[in-house]
Design a protein around this ligand. Structure first.
Ligand SMILES: Cc1cc2nc3c(=O)[nH]c(=O)nc-3n(C[C@H](O)[C@H](O)[C@H](O)COP(=O)(O)OP(=O)(O)OC[C@H]3O[C@@H](n4cnc5c(N)ncnc54)[C@H](O)[C@@H]3O)c2cc1C
Length: 381
């Protein structure tokens, strides 16, 4: 039995999967080998309407509902994590925050280009001294006499930050209030004097996923760079994370689905001691555990998505989804490596790539421990 997000979306899934398998999957190996995202990936995803899906059509977006977005997220995640990022860069934290909180001028300036991927956005919250404890950021923005803001500070590990045309930068504007109305969000354009990319990092995942260190030294931005009200930045940043957590959960479901599919195929194919691995109980139990965990995580994620789509307040359910799905894919990937033996560890085989790429999900967009804190806070309220 295969659970579906909705009966209508069940009909959409085969065509999405076919396109991913036939057109995107051939690029996956190249992305991993070269550490570059080919223009072809952007072009193909743009052609399918998979960029800017969550932005409204009047700003060049797809006007797609969250459920369809999550279905596509699952399917592209079956191929390569980079494809999920292209969806995220064009419909993720910063574009959605601009759409929700921006002035008409800010929306007109950025959304169309962000929606079709010709402009790139990044989300600048994390700093060397403030990761999980994001309210502890030190980047400071002070009013400039005569108008505008002067920003000083350093952000690091900002996905795509080194190549972004615009970065949503969270900075302290009132040190006495900090997260309670003392942090503001600014849209800082590439090329603004005082804004420099001072380092680019990569992770154990694909080298095509690069993280910028962004340094602001007396970087003066105009009044119009402020996104939303002064002091609303922390709430804006946290509000953007709901879709982000659901997106990550669905990317994990897609990756786990592919890992399990590869594990089943390998177990049937590979013969040891005269019998296929699939006939060994030790292997069957690994497959059964992965299937059980995937199905239960999927059921909860789909139910949460249904509630969010219906406009219900879901409390900590998005955190439960993110925690359950990211921990689940970690275990499924680990078993997949074990079932594949050396083929699970050698560069160039997909399982090895997935194993590296999915590790990020337990840390990014709120690590597992942070999700547990949020879930417990909800319980103990
Ligand atoms: C690939 C990648 C992409 C990223 N992209 C972005 C981006 O685009 N924008 C952005 O702003 N940031 C980004 N980040 C940063 C990311 O959000 C942080 O790495 C994450 O929030 C964790 O912060 P930290 O790394 O400083 O870990 P820390 O906060 O130092 O935590 C270290 C460990 O301790 C745990 N921990 C922390 N506090 C507690 C506690 N109170 N109780 C128990 N355990 C605790 C954490 O869960 C973690 O396991 C990215 C990071 C990576 C790796």
């Amino acid at each position: 039995m295969r659970l579906e997000i909705t009966p209508e979306l069940a009909e959409l899934r085969p065509s999405v999967r076919r396109f991913v398998t036939e057109r995107l999957e051939p690029l996956a190996e190249e992305i991993d080998r070269t550490g570059r995202i080919p223009e072809e990936a952007w072009r193909l995803m743009r052609g399918q309407g998979w960029l800017g899906m969550l932005l409204p059509p009047e700003y060049g977006g797809g006007g797609t509902d969250l459920a369809t977005y999550c279905l596509v997220m699952e399917e592209v995640a079956r191929s390569h994590r980079v494809f999920t990022l292209l969806m995220d860069y064009t419909s993720g934290l910063t574009p959605v925050a601009i759409h929700r909180h921006g002035t008409e001028a800010q929306k007109r300036r950025w959304l169309r280009g962000l929606a079709d991927g010709t402009l790139r956005a990044a989300f600048g919250l994390t700093e060397p001294e403030a990761g999980s404890d994001s309210a502890a950021i030190r980047t400071r923005a002070e009013r400039v006499p005569g108008g505008g803001w002067r920003i000083n500070g350093r952000k690091h590990w900002i996905s795509g930050g080194h190549a972004a045309d615009v970065v949503m930068v969270m900075a302290v504007t009132d040190p006495a209030k900090r997260a309670r109305g003392g942090i503001s969000a600014f849209l800082v354009e590439r090329g603004t004097p005082g804004f420099e990319v001072t380092r680019v990092d990569t992770t154990i995942g694909s080298a095509a996923i690069e993280l910028g260190e962004l340094t602001f030294t007396d970087c003066v931005v105009p009044e119009e760079a402020l996104l939303g009200a002064e002091g609303a930045g922390f709430a804006i940043a946290m509000g953007s994370l709901l879709n982000g957590r659901l997106g990550v959960a669905h990317a994990c479901l897609g990756a786990a689905d592919r890992l399990l599919e590869m594990s089943v195929a390998h177990a049937k194919r590979r013969v040891t001691f005269g019998k296929p691995l699939a006939e060994r109980q030790a292997i069957q139990w690994m497959l059964a555990d992965s299937e059980t965990e995937l199905q239960t995580a999927r059921a909860f994620a789909y139910e949460t998505l249904r509630r969010v789509t219906a406009g219900e307040e879901v409390g900590s359910a998005a955190s439960i989804c993110k925690l359950a799905c990211s921990e689940m894919v970690g275990r499924v990937a680990d078993r997949a490596v074990q079932i594949h033996g050396g083929m699970g560890l050698v560069r160039g085989f997909p399982v090895e790539r997935f194993y590296r790429d999915i590790r990020h999900y337990r840390v990014g967009e709120g690590a597992s421990e942070v999700q547990r804190m949020l879930i417990a806070r909800d319980l103990l309220r």
